[in-house]
Design a protein around this ligand. Sequence first.
Ligand code: 5GP
Ligand code: ZN
Length: 114
Amino acid sequence: MLDCTFCRIIAHEMEGELVYEDDEVVAFHDINPQAPVHVLIVPRKHIASLNDLAPEDVHLIGKMVLVAKKVAEQMGITADGYRLIWNTGENAGQWIYHVHIHLLGGRRMTWPPG
Ligand code: 5GP
Ligand code: ZN
């Protein structure tokens, strides 16, 4: 899916400051950060959104959460806390249709989200 921004970052065809990479999952800084720490955790496999998850993706999705936890530790925000967000579809403001977790931290957040 080379017309997909995140597939292109994963393939190193586009700029993206990587903070983590393994054979299944990649993490990089968001280009338009909404907090002092704003990292996107994405699977190498192109899955458009959570609506497109298949039963065999269960391991991959769990792995993404573990990578988010690891990156939070790497960024030093574990103790103060952080937020994971999966925007799905138009009402949630999903812009890039390659499934991703937003890891946000480094500041106090409000609830409910906007
Ligand atoms: P969504 O709204 O789909 O949940 O979030 C997509 C995120 O991707 C946005 O926060 C946006 O700033 C980020 N983004 C869009 N294009 C790029 C890009 O080319 N590089 C990086 N690093 N982030 C991007
Ligand atoms: Zn993709």
